[in-house]
Design a protein around this ligand. Structure first.
Ligand code: PLP
Length: 386
C-alpha cells in the first residue's frame, strides 16, 4: 500500500479525498513517500514541461541561491537582464518589453491593466470556456460559472463570445474595447484548439477598433504545442503575450510580453515585489537553454503525432472526440472522466481532467519514449474496457 495524506489537513480548500504524498521527481516520474513511482501525464498541472526537478534547473537555482535570493525590481540585476534577453530572443522582433511576475493569473492581470491603461478603454472580450486564472481581473475573463459565481460581483465590462466564432468576435469588438484575450488551446476548458481564421479575425477586429490583442499562453507556452509559442502555428502575432507555468522549469514565474509602443501608451504603474526575482530568472535561463538545445518543441510535435495515431483508434462508444496540439491532448468521453483517472492512478499514471468529461494529457516534454508509450498503453487499456 502506498501512503496517502490524512483526509482533512490544515490546507485551505484542499480536497477531502486523500491525495498521494509526492516527494521526488526524476524526468517525467514522480515518487511518493512510500517509494512508488508514477508517470506524470499532467506535467504537474502544466508547469513541469521539464519534469518537476530538472537537474540543470535545480543546479541553476542552487547556484543563484548561494549568491542572491531576492532583489526588489527597483534594482538592476544581470540575471534578470539575461533572462529577459533570452526570452525576447525567441520571440518576433516586434516585442521588446516584459513585465515579470510570479504566476499565470498575475501575467493575465498585468495584461488587462496594461491594455486598459494603454487604450484608455474599459471593455475586455474573452471566449466562452476560457480559463485565465483566479484573481479578480483574470477571473472576470474566465468563463465557467463554477469558478466565478461565489465571488461576484466581478470586474465590470467583461464579455464572452463563443470560441472559434469569428463573426461573434468581430461584432463584440467596438470602440470601447481595450483587449481581446484568448487562449490558443483552451486547456482547462476542454482542450479546444483555436482555428487560424478565428485568430486572424481577432487580429483584424482589434486593429480595426484600436484595441489590443492578448494571447494567454500560460499553458501552451513554451514548446508544448510543437512550436515554441502556439501563436506560431497561425502566424498571428498578439500585442500582449501571457506566459507562466513551465517558463522557468517549474519555478514560479509569470511574464507579460508586449511592445515598446504599448509601453509608451501605458499610464499609471504596475509592480510586483517578487516578480523577476533572481531565483526565478536563473531557473528561467536554465529552462530556456534546455528547451531550445534539446529541441523540445519538435519532440512535442513528434510525440503528439504518435499519440494521435494511437488514440484515434479508441472505441467510439466511449470516446466522442480526440483533439489537441502537440503534447496538449484532450480525449472527450461520453461519460464522466473521474473513474478513468482513478484507474490510471492505480496503474501508476497521473493524468488530468479538463471539465467533467475530458481526459487531458500534457506530459513533461522530457518524458522518455518508453514512459509515453506505456502511458498511451494504459490510457487505451483503461478506456477500451467495457
Ligand atoms: C491558460 C491559463 N491561464 C492562466 C492560468 C492561471 O495560472 P496560475 O494558476 O499560475 O495562476 C492557467 C492555469 O491553469 C491557465 O491554464
Amino acid at each position: 500500500m502506498t501512503e496517502t495524506e490524512p483526509a482533512r489537513g490544515p490546507e485551505f480548500g484542499a480536497p477531502t479525498r486523500p491525495r498521494r504524498r509526492l516527494v521526488r521527481a526524476d524526468g517525467a516520474r514522480l515518487r511518493d513517500d512510500a517509494g512508488r513511482s508514477y508517470v506524470d501525464l499532467g506535467a504537474t498541472h502544466g508547469a513541469g514541461s521539464l519534469g518537476a526537478a530538472h537537474p540543470e534547473v535545480a543546479a541553476a537555482i542552487a547556484r543563484q541561491a548561494a549568491e542572491l535570493i531576492h532583489l526588489g525590481s527597483g534594482y538592476a540585476n544581470p540575471v534578470r537582464t539575461e533572462f529577459l534577453e533570452r526570452l525576447l530572443g525567441l520571440l518576433p522582433p516586434a516585442f521588446g518589453r516584459v513585465f515579470l511576475s510570479n504566476s499565470g493569473t498575475e501575467s493575465v492581470e498585468a495584461a488587462i491593466k496594461i491594455a486598459r491603461s494603454a487604450t484608455g478603454r474599459p471593455k475586455v472580450v474573452a471566449a466562452m470556456r476560457g480559463f485565465h486564472g483566479r484573481t479578480y481581473g483574470a477571473l472576470s475573463a474566465t468563463y465557467r460559472k463554477e469558478f466565478r459565481e461565489a465571488f461576484e460581483p466581478l470586474v465590470p465590462e467583461f464579455v464572452h463570445v463563443p470560441f472559434n466564432d469569428a463573426a461573434a468576435l468581430d461584432a463584440a469588438v467596438d470602440d470601447r474595447t481595450a483587449l481581446v484575450l484568448l487562449e490558443l488551446v483552451q486547456g482547462e476548458g476542454g482542450v479546444h484548439v483555436a482555428q487560424p481564421e478565428f485568430l486572424a479575425a481577432a487580429r483584424a477586429a482589434t486593429d480595426r477598433a484600436g484595441a489590443l490583442l492578448g494571447f494567454d499562453e500560460v499553458q501552451t507556452g513554451i514548446a508544448r504545442t510543437g512550436r515554441l509559442f502556439a501563436f506560431e502555428h497561425s502566424g498571428v502575432v498578439p500585442d500582449l503575450l501571457c506566459l507562466a507555468k513551465s517558463l522557468a522549469g517549474g519555478f514560479p514565474v509569470g511574464a507579460t510580453v508586449t511592445t515598446p509602443d504599448v509601453e509608451r501608451r501605458f499610464r499609471g504603474s504596475h509592480h510586483s515585489t517578487f516578480g523577476g526575482n533572481p531565483l526565478a530568472c536563473a531557473a528561467g535561463i536554465a529552462a530556456l537553454e534546455v528547451v531550445v538545445r534539446d529541441r523540445l518543441a519538435e519532440r512535442a510535435a513528434r510525440l503528439g503525432a504518435v499519440a494521435r495515431d494511437r488514440l484515434d483508434g479508441l472505441p467510439a462508444a466511449r470516446v466522442r472526440e480526440v483533439r489537441g496540439l502537440g503534447l496538449l491532448l484532450g480525449i472527450e468521453l461520453r461519460t464522466p472522466v473521474a473513474p478513468f483517472l482513478s484507474a490510471l492512478e492505480e496503474r501508476g499514471f497521473l493524468a488530468l481532467s479538463a471539465g467533467a468529461t475530458v481526459l487531458r494529457l500534457l506530459p513533461p516534454l522530457v518524458i522518455s519514449d518508453d514512459d509515453w508509450w506505456a502511458g498511451l498503453d494504459a490510457v487505451t487499456e483503461v478506456l477500451g474496457r467495457g
